[in-house]
Design a protein around this ligand. Structure first.
Ligand SMILES: NC(=O)c1ccc[n+]([C@@H]2O[C@H](COP(=O)([O-])OP(=O)(O)OC[C@H]3O[C@@H](n4cnc5c(N)ncnc54)[C@H](O)[C@@H]3O)[C@@H](O)[C@H]2O)c1
Length: 279
């Protein structure tokens, strides 16, 4: 049966995954989809209310959900130690936490840069350094997935340091993928574009393109719709699974075609152009 083919080829059942930022937004979709495939999930998220809600939603699944901030190395370390104590194995790490604010670069200061680098890059390094020896010890290989962004692949006016930090995550992943390839530990990125989540709505409040009407979506996104959390979580499940057993050091783009179309828009009435029609 098709279901058995997916289940056995994916080989996720009974594996153990750490997901940072797994209680809300894209992270929550990733945790639910991994759990639905039999993965035992360990989550660290700073939103205590969302953590309690996730615990309720995952009742009946073997999970470990903690409130804490990934920017604190001690909180990450404690989560990995709790995973050791509970399951004694680790197969997958998904680094979801990231975020930004909007400001022209020249109006930002070192304090803001540090905050963006800590929120988007430093914890990924910490989490990987904690995960790799544990995955390696299992001798079964494993998978690391970073949630990055399309802004790691193009200019992002108003988001210069965020884009730079996410590009650093992607480049780090490429090197780590090569260093860990002999261990069968794969390292990949997933780079979404526009998926409405609470934090994206906050950014829209700061003046980032809201893309709220069907016409605006059809102009900017080749597939003419906003992304859904499951568009992203499906990519993460695939990369975590044995279906991606020979995929490493690369990036998947669940973005409805915006990375491919970069700079081209499907203008209402006039169609595709890489400039504003009539100007
Ligand atoms: N939503 C989008 O359209 C979009 C597009 C491109 C990239 N991304 C990336 O996807 C990732 C998730 O984005 P989202 O929109 O789901 O964000 P989000 O903030 O809505 O959700 C992520 C979860 O992470 C948690 N979190 C945030 N900071 C944390 C911290 N320091 N420690 C622990 N937990 C923390 C939040 O509480 C939340 O539950 C980010 O890395 C973001 O850069 C999102």
């Amino acid at each position: 049966m098709a279901h058995d083919w997916f289940g056995s080829r994916a080989a996720l059942d009974g594996t153990v995954a750490v997901i940072t930022g797994g209680a809300g937004g894209l992270g929550s979709a990733i945790v639910h989809d991994l759990a639905a495939n039999g993965v035992r999930t360990a989550v660290l998220d700073r939103d205590a209310k969302a953590v309690r809600a996730l615990e309720d939603e995952l009742a009946g699944h073997d999970t470990l959900v903690r409130t804490g901030d990934v920017r604190e190395e001690g909180a990450l370390q404690a989560l990995f130690e709790a995973v050791d104590a509970r399951w004694g194995r680790l197969d997958t790490l998904v680094n979801v936490v990231g975020g930004t604010f909007r400001a022209p670069f020249t109006e930002t200061r070192p304090r803001g840069w540090d905050a963006l680098i800590r929120t988007n890059l430093t914890h990924v390094l910490h989490a990987c350094s904690l995960a790799v020896p544990r995955i390696r010890a299992g001798g079964r290989g494993g998978s690391i997935v970073n949630v990055s962004t399309i802004e790691a692949h193009r200019a992002a006016p108003g988001f210069a340091v965020y884009a730079a930090a996410k590009a650093a995550v992607e480049q780090f992943a490429r090197t780590l993928a090569v260093e860990l390839a002999p261990d069968g530990i794969r390292v990949n990125n997933v780079a979404p574009d526009y998926v409405p989540t609470p934090s994206l709505r906050r950014l829209a409040g700061e003046g980032a393109a809201p893309l709220t009407t069907p016409e605006a979506l059809a102009t900017a996104i080749p597939m003419a719709r906003a992304g859904r959390p499951e568009d992203v979580s499906g990519c993460v499940v695939f990369l975590a699974s044995a279906l991606a057993s020979y995929v490493t050091g690369t990036t998947l783009h669940p973005d409805g075609g915006t990375y491919a179309s970069s700079g081209w828009f499907n203008w209402p009435g006039t169609g595709w152009a890489n400039h504003v029609p009539g100007m």
